[in-house]
Design a protein around this ligand. Sequence first.
Ligand SMILES: Cc1ncc(C[n+]2csc(CCOP(=O)(O)OP(=O)(O)O)c2C)c(N)n1
Ligand code: SF4
Length: 296
Amino acid sequence: MTLAMPAPVPTLQAKDFRSDLKPIWCPGCGDFGVVQAVYRALAAVGRPPHEIAFISGIGCSSRIPGYTTAYGFNSVHGRALPIAQGIKIAHPELLVLVAGGDGDGFSIGGGHVAHAVRRNIDLTYIVMDNQIYGLTKGQLSPTSPRGLKTVTSMYGSLEEPLNPLMYVLSYGAPFVAQGTPADLPGLTAMLEEAIRYPGFSFVNIQSPCVTYGEESGQIKAQKEKMKALADMKHDPTDRIKALSLAQDYGRELYTGVFFRDPNPPPTYDALVKARQAELSANALPRQNILDLFLQK
Ligand SMILES: Cc1ncc(C[n+]2csc(CCOP(=O)(O)OP(=O)(O)O)c2C)c(N)n1
Ligand code: SF4
């Protein structure tokens, strides 16, 4: 008797996640590198495109789901996180990615970030942080540096930029990293790790806007400036050290994992399942509930 060999499991490649849609980003936009890193990370993770939901807001960066073969929703400005959380709660078996710009995530959508973090729903939030509103032609964003002259800041920005790393770390996110398309292998590796992390993971990507962004934020300048946290012997299990390094956002370009909770806290989904099991174990038989109701 000959035993039938099990069919080989097809391995996925980066090209399996690339859709037929041609990106309309400006030539040289950092988001080209980000989408390449996403393809490679997803191939390494190995979940097929039909098991992935990729949700974004509105902005140049938010076009990214359309350039992948995953199920995608280029949704409403600032509302990617609530939509993604709803999808993950309704379909916990899906791998859920969320993406958008710094404006989408930390300006109009800023209020949602804290709640997504504290719920610890298992999704990966990718912010393409170019310190500008790209799609609407170069207005100030919440991460724009002080002094930046734009169409909405003729005197130069008078406001202190928001610090996305400190924001997310201080709300208790269990996984926080920062990357750049100037280091594609490093970015790919951290995206893979973020996707695999069981809980809310945040990756801030310094993705340059070549059309409205500053010279100091472009790939060439980033290559000279970036410092890998691993080379600095940073201990990513220490949130306080991560916060301390995160204070340098805007001055230094640290890349890698700032914080990875070595004991991942329970996800929202795990808590729901545990509570449901507890309730069904303690449920009164139907007859008893009726008796109680009728005060027998
Ligand atoms: C409710 C709402 N308000 C404002 C806009 C206009 N708008 C579209 S994209 C955007 C900001 C884009 O910047 P960002 O989110 O940082 O993404 P980028 O284009 O830089 O990738 C704004 C203000 C909108 N589409 N919807
Ligand atoms: S405007 Fe900036 S962010 Fe938008 S596609 Fe062009 S380079 Fe990229």
